[in-house]
Design a protein around this ligand. Structure first.
Ligand SMILES: *[C@@H]1O[C@H](CO)[C@@H](O)[C@H](O)[C@H]1NC(C)=O
Ligand SMILES: *[C@@H]1O[C@H](CO)[C@@H](O)[C@H](O)[C@H]1NC(C)=O
Ligand SMILES: *[C@@H]1O[C@H](CO)[C@@H](O)[C@H](O)[C@H]1NC(C)=O
Length: 443
């Protein structure tokens, strides 16, 4: 393992000579250069040499925490209910939620959430161990010296910080919100919308949790002079209009987000980002949903390892759920109820382990395929490892698999542990999206 890592370090220090995407950084000064170097080191550290052990662990956890044994089966497979609490017993339906939702004192122990992440992002701690910061002011008027009490002021602080909201809030960002390392944005207990302005940028940092907020109608912003840490101000070019842009960053957990209608992608993770879990999110009304890797030529993206779990891909979606390049992607126990073109796509030999999802194809006969491959002949892509197990296919949906798991580089010869079946995906994702939690009550 260690030798393998050393080889990677050598390989990617050469790869770093390949010009980077411009990254919206107008002036790549010494501060950014140092951040980019540290980020590549962090990516190498966070990369897991045995990804199958991570997918297997994930599936074991879901089996272990299965509620089948204890709960009554009343109400299973009902149509999706509103995200508001129904009253009565706590209804967490998957192991991430079961780790915190059914505890009345969640608001007193908010940082316990950091123990709940599973999958490739499982070592993400966000602002754990830091103080709580309460956002009281929804404005975003000063990009150079943000006012105390604003979200922008919060995310720029040095060191770990757990950011919460004093009340319901609509935040229109004037320019990208540039995150620093070791932060949690925790919307529980308030109805928080980041909308009608710029999106969130997670660039060359590590260890970020974003939980329980709505992000929608994000538009490009012009750029300009923006503070990006307590000690540095930089010049930015225009931002793209992504909901969340993860760029050269690792250990990221996005959970219980409701996202729709952004001008570019809802979530992009690119440029050597890794150790990411996207869970319990509800995506609607969007074309390019999730992009994992932006360039076939950027070889460090082969370090990308992402878990996509318990999400609901819902109404009004078109494609890229996700669209992958080069890396390793565990797409597990999601509910795909809507797509117009395809669900899962990719180019440049990504490994896609699709397990225990439900795929309901649209009525359009030309769009029954879950999968879509770009820029490669069959002769080429037949070697890409795209596997489907325990998936549930409805309305004519089908998944064109490819590759041989034992032939894939560095994979030890052994069995995949089965995921929880796709027949359970609807239930596992039932509370996807931002929740309405009341302080002092089970959520
Ligand atoms: C699953 O449960 C078994 C038995 O309770 C336990 O030994 C094992 O460690 C658990 N595995 C995981 C991944 O939680
Ligand atoms: C999380 O960190 C532990 C301890 O450093 C490490 O052994 C494990 O492989 C990491 N897990 C993942 C998924 O990166
Ligand atoms: C599925 O993949 C095979 C190669 O493995 C290819 O020949 C076939 O055309 C594909 N089918 C569809 C419907 O894409």
């Amino acid at each position: 393992m260690e030798l393998a890592k050393l080889k990677l370090v050598f390989f990617f220090s050469l790869a770093c000579l390949i010009p980077r995407l411009s990254a919206n950084i107008a002036k790549f000064d010494d501060v950014w250069r140092r951040r980019a170097e540290e980020a590549m080191e962090a990516t190498l550290q966070a990369y897991h040499p045995d990804p199958l052990s991570v997918t297997n662990d994930f599936n074991l956890i879901v089996h272990n925490s299965s509620e089948d044994k204890t709960s009554t089966r009343r109400g299973l497979f009902k149509t999706r209910i509103s995200h508001r609490r129904e009253g009565g017993p706590c209804k967490a339906t998957n192991p991430i939620d079961r780790c915190w939702r059914c505890k009345e004192d969640w608001a007193k122990n908010r940082q316990r959430l950091a123990k709940c992440v599973k999958g490739f992002g499982c070592n993400t701690t966000g602002g754990e161990g830091g103080p709580i910061y309460v956002v009281t002011d929804c404005s975003d008027d000063n990009l150079v010296d943000p006012k105390p009490g604003t979200l922008r002021h919060a995310v720029l602080q040095n060191g770990p910080l757990w950011i919460i909201f004093a009340n319901d809030m609509n935040i229109r960002l004037n320019q990208e919100l540039i995150m620093t390392s070791d932060k949690t944005i925790d919307g529980r207990g308030a109805d928080v919308h980041i909308a009608f302005g710029a999106g969130i940028t997670i660039q060359y940092v590590k260890n970020v949790i974003i939980h329980g907020i709505h992000i929608h109608h994000i538009v490009p912003a012009s750029g300009g002079t923006i503070r990006d840490s307590q000690d540095h101000i930089g010049l930015r070019t225009a931002s793209d209009g992504d909901g969340i842009s993860i760029f050269g960053s690792c250990n990221i957990w996005l959970d219980h987000l409701s996202m729709s209608q952004c001008q570019d992608g809802l979530i992009d993770a690119i440029q050597g980002s890794t150790a990411i879990t996207i869970s319990n999110c509800h995506f609607t009304k969007h074309n390019d949903v999730i992009l994992l890797g932006a360039s076939d030529a950027y070889s460090p993206d082969s370090l990308m390892q992402v878990t996509i779990a318990f999400n609901h891909f819902g109404q009004g979606l078109i494609q890229r759920m996700p669209r992958c390049r080069l890396g390793f992607f565990h797409v597990v126990n999601n509910d795909y109820t809507h797509w117009q073109m395809y669900a899962i796509g990719g180019s440049k030999n990504p490994t896609i382990i699709s397990q225990g999802n439900r795929f309901i194809a649209p009525d359009d006969n030309k769009a029954k395929s879950v999968t879509n491959r770009n820029y490669a002949s069959v002769d080429e892509w037949k070697h890409w490892l795209w596997r489907s197990e325990e998936d549930l296919f409805m309305n004519g949906a089908y998944f064109n698999t490819s590759g041989d798991i034992n032939a894939k580089l560095n994979f030890p010869r052994r069995e995949l542990i089965k995921a929880k079946s796709g027949t359970r995906a609807n239930r596992l994702t039932r509370y996807a999206g931002a929740l309405y939690c009341k302080i002092g009550e089970k959520c």
